[in-house]
Design a protein around this ligand. Structure first.
Ligand code: Z5A
Ligand code: MG
Length: 218
């Protein structure tokens, strides 16, 4: 039997400018200071060949059919699966900035059927905890950099927010695979404390489990 306890798979989701990347970096340093082995991941991963196609699309440098871009976002996650699994098995916790929930929320908000949007991501590694940074599109808009990329339009962001909530409502609020809603409209430190509280519970619980679950499989 392995003596290494696996790492926790922690996903941060939320609307644009909700502070996901800021909070992911803060969480990484806080875990490192607590001597927890941790790796930061981000989707889309714009460094891979698939990621470069996504990057060109998001910057409006190329036009891609809605279904095709959706499948590319999903492929960009599938190409990272072996790395996610081996990292967790080696005992390293992953903080993942966006994941499959963003994939479904953005494509369904553009009008694609939700069930179709979900299917390519079924059976990806399931997060042990998803932290949903909830913010009103009005507050998000007032933050730096908003409006530079393709999806940063207020009406679309409202639809995306509703779909995120719908996806979160399907998940448990306690225990393995839970979804925690965090009010991200507050100041940086208050949001960071809320995240830390949720993460500490999950890291304590999930290292007792053997392997990571499969997303949307049942
Ligand atoms: N997308 C998709 O369609 N399908 C998929 O499968 C996936 C993604 C995975 C690019 O994603 C797009 O891809 C995205 C969804 C779509 N849509 N759009 N548009 P991305 O993750 O690469 O996007 P980004 O460029 O990193 O932006 P972001 O993630 O939306 O921002 P953020 O990470 O949430 O926020 P931040 O960079 O940490 O903070 C934004 C600003 O707010 C910054 O100036 C901070 O200093 C400030 N900030 C942060 N927290 C606070 C608080 N608490 N108070 C005040 N100010 C704050
Ligand atoms: Mg970000």
């Amino acid at each position: 039997m392995s003596t290494v306890q696996r790492g926790a798979f922690i996903v941060i989701e939320g609307l644009d400018r909700s502070g996901k990347s800021t909070q992911a970096a803060l969480l990484q340093s806080r875990l490192q200071n607590a001597n927890v082995s941790v790796k930061l991941m981000k989707f889309p991963d714009r460094t891979t060949p698939v990621g470069k196609m996504i990057d060109a699309y998001l910057r409006s440098q190329s036009d891609v059919d809605d279904r095709t871009i959706h499948l590319l976002f999903s492929a960009n996650r599938w190409e990272a699966v072996s790395s996610i699994e081996s990292t967790l098995a080696a005992g390293t916790t992953i903080i993942c900035d966006r994941y499959a929930f963003s994939g479904v929320a953005f494509s369904a908000a553009k009008g694609l059927p939700l069930a179709w949007c979900r299917s390519p991501d079924v059976s990806l590694p399931a997060p042990d905890l998803t932290l949903f940074l909830d913010i009103s599109p009005d507050i998000a808009k007032s933050r730096g950099g908003y409006g530079e990329e393709r999806y940063e339009k207020e009406e679309l962001q409202r639809r995306v927010r509703n779909i995120f909530h719908q996806l979160g409502d399907e998940l448990p609020k306690d225990g393995a695979g839970r979804w925690a809603v965090i009010d991200a409209g507050r100041d940086l430190n208050t949001v960071s404390e809320s995240l830390w509280h949720e993460v500490a519970i999950t890291i304590h619980d999930c290292t007792k489990q053997d392997s990571v679950g499969k997303l949307w499989q049942s």
